[in-house]
Structure formats: structure tokens, C-alpha cells
Design a protein around this ligand. Sequence first.
Ligand code: NAD
Length: 250
Amino acid sequence: MSILSGKFAVITGAASKNGLGKATARLFAEHGATVAILDLDQTAADEAARDLGEQHVGLACNVTDRDACHTAIHTLIERWGQIDILVNNAGITQPVRLLDIEPENYDAVLDVNLRGTLYMSQAVIPHMQTRKSGSIVNISSVSAQRGGGVFGGPHYSAAKAGVLGLTKATARDFAPDNIRANAVCPGFIATDITAGKMTEEMNAKVMAGIPMGRAGKAEEVAGCCLFLASELSSYVTGSEVDVNGGSLIH
Ligand code: NAD
């Protein structure tokens, strides 16, 4: 039997073709899960879901909009009867230096990465509580642990560090309900979030800090999400798992 057969998973920000969310959705589907791809654009979400097979669902959902999060989760519970896994993957980043961060930079980056993770968790946890079962995987970043050093500015590091705190608090509060929450901290993974935006100099600096000497692949983050979403990690909660080619070896 496949490791996620009979499981229903919601993944935010999963329509991006080369992104971590889409790779995770594909891997979950390959391991037997039925997946809902949530993203800003309905057509893109539909296309990504169709790509995985006809039982999968695409839904437009802006994670910064609390009502939209609740509506999406309600729609899926009506349709499926259960949600077992939430992956809070939707995120944006900006290479802005600390002294240049404008209120709109702060709001945009904090809202998608941190507020969105909170809102989606708030939408799904009451359902998981009634079932006494659930796994939440939050995508943070090595930027949270190192204070940047890849691409995103200090507001991105702060948002992703906020995700780590939120993850541990979620894990602590809902462990009695058998709901686990863990964070994944990817290093530099080649996706559209930085595509065409890195200068040669930035790229060389990032590579110099990776002992494995290469960027990660979206599938390598997906593998970690699969472990944390599945029963293989049934006693793992409140953890942060590094997927970074050794970038944090001191
Ligand atoms: P990506 O740009 O390919 O995908 C991000 C997706 O999020 C897009 O499909 C986008 O439409 C969606 N999104 C943006 N705002 C949204 C909103 N308000 N509501 C719903 N969806 C929204 O980027 P990616 O590299 O696949 O990033 C996925 C996650 O991984 C992000 O949280 C990112 O911060 C994190 N991350 C990425 C890297 C990396 O090197 N690629 C490293 C560390 C962490």
C-alpha cells in the first residue's frame, strides 16, 4: 500500500510549475494522496491539479484573506469529508535591504508568508481536532536560521523565522489532539521565486556557502514534506528540518 493512500492533502501556492508546492503535490499524488492545489489564480490551480490526475482539485485561494481560507477548507471538507495534511507553502520574497524596506514591502512579505500560514492553519485545525488526526508542514527557509544570505531581505528572514515560532506553538498546542506541526527549511532551491533575479555575483556567493556545491531540487524538498506529512514521522512534531546541502554546518 502507498504511504499516503486514503489521505487528503491541501497544499498552498502549488500552481507554480517549477515550484516546491507543485513538486510536493506530485510526490504526494504518486504516493496515493488526493491533493488540492490552492493558489492565487483559478486557471493555474486547475491546470496544476489536472496535471496530477482527474481526482485532484484546483482552487483559487489568496492565503492572506481569512474568509477565502475558510471557504476553501469548507469546500474541500464538503467534497472529501476529511483533510489529513496541510502544507503551508505559499510564499513570496524580495531582495530589499533593511534600510530600504517600505511599509508595503513589509506588509506583502509578512502577509503571505506568516499571516497566510496562520490563516490556513486556523481554517483547518478545528476539523483536524474533531478527527484527532492531522499533519501540518510549514515551509520556512534557511534565511530564518541564518538571517538571510540567500536572496530575500530581512523582512523575509523575519517572516520565515515567525513561521518557525508559529510551527512550534502549533505543535505544542495541538499535540493533545494528535495534530503534528513541523517546519521545513529549504536552502537555495532553483525555482521561479528567484529565476532570472540572481546576479552572477549573488549566485557565486550563495554557492560558496553550500558544502554540497549545488542548488537543491524542488523534489528534494518534496521528499522531506512527504516524510513529515506521513505516518513515517508519527512521533515528530515541532521540528525544523533542514534541506540545504549542508549550508548550516559550522
Ligand atoms: P514559487 O514562486 O515557484 O511558488 C510560490 C507560489 O505561491 C506561486 O505559485 C504563487 O502564485 C503562490 N502565492 C503567492 N502569493 C500567494 C497568496 N497570497 N496566496 C496563495 N498563493 C500565493 O516559489 P517556490 O520557490 O516554490 O517557493 C515555495 C515556498 O518555499 C515559499 O514559501 C518560499 O518562501 C519557500 N522557500 C523557497 C526557497 C527557494 O530557494 N526556492 C528557499 C526557501 C524557502
